[in-house]
Each structure stands twice: as C-alpha cells, then as structure tokens.
Design a protein around this ligand. Sequence first.
Ligand SMILES: [Zn+2]
Length: 213
Amino acid sequence: MPKVIVIDAGHGGKFPGAPVQTARNSGIKGEEELTLAIAIEMFHILKERGVIPVLTRWHNNELAQYLPVDLKRRAKIADIAGASVFISLHANSSQRPIDTAEGYEIYHYPDSLEGQRYAEAIMDAYGKAFPAMKSRGIEAEEFEVLRETASPAVLFEMFFANNPEENKWAAEHTKEIAAAICEGLIEVLAPASPMDINSIMAVNMKMAKGKFI
Ligand SMILES: [Zn+2]
C-alpha cells in the first residue's frame, strides 16, 4: 500500500505569515505564496515516486476563521489522511521587514526519534542541493502542528522570506527546493515503511521454504 505524505503550505488567507515588503519590490513574494508553490511542486514529484501526497491547501486561503483552529485542522488532515509523515513548509523572518538574515532550519517535536530522523534527512538533502546556503540546524520545539499530529512531523523554515535575495532565489527555484525536500523525506520513508518490512519478511519466508533455491 502506498504511503501518504501530508504537505502543509504554511499560512494562507487571513493568516499571511512573514511580513515582507511585497508591494515595493515586484520580485518579492509572500511566505504563504512561496510555501504553496513549493508544496505543489512536491505534490508532482511525490506522486511520481509512488507516494500519495496530500496538501492541506491548494489556494491562498485560511483553513478556519481562528488561528488555533486553522492550525489544528492542518494536523487533523494528516491524521485523517493516515500520514506516514507530516511536513509543514515555512519561510523564516527576522524583526525587520528587510534583512540580511539567511539560511534554513528545521524543527521536530521533542523526543520524537522518527521526527528527528526526517529532520536530519531533509537537512542533509537540502545541504547537498544548496551547499552555498547557511544551515541553522535542527531544533526540538512544541509547535502546535508538531504536537497535534499523530504521525512524525517536521516544520521546515526553508529560507528567509524577508531577505530579498533569498526570497527571490526561492521564487526562482521552487522545483529544486521541492526536489531536495522530497529526497530527504523518501530516504527515511522507504526503509521505515511497514509495507517494505512486510515485503522483506515475505521474501525471507519464501527463502526459508526453499523457493529461491
Ligand atoms: Zn511561517
């Protein structure tokens, strides 16, 4: 049975995310717009890789009228879909509307070993794909979407939305960013999948019965 990966494009609608000066610079895009573009690219990549991708949103919309409910719904989608892993996509921001803060960092729920494995694999794949980018490391955090999901979950801050250079770079590299994240996810998903363990067991049973000899 194919595995499900739930991809959450952070923010959207009335909860727009990192404040960036989109109006003054035509090349600069909002966090909610970039996370969605990357989520959709991930959808196309994953369905070719034998995984069932599920997105929490396909448009620039909120999932509820109140933020706590909006966040709970994102986690709920992962549970209803039977996610093997949940990834929430975000772009970082510092205090200033325009800044030179840079790089990527990832969060998993404290004491979630599986979440940590996904976090490490994604950071690894991302670092290999974009060696010039600054890694800010892996952190354990009790974020709502990480706490509320039954499956292993990570929240990935892929770049800084309020750094004009990284913002423009991300807008031009949504496919490459998506591909790197998918590499990391698939690397952990494949060997950890119960289906694969069953397949391996089935082959081993046949071997034990001498069917391959
Ligand atoms: Zn965000």
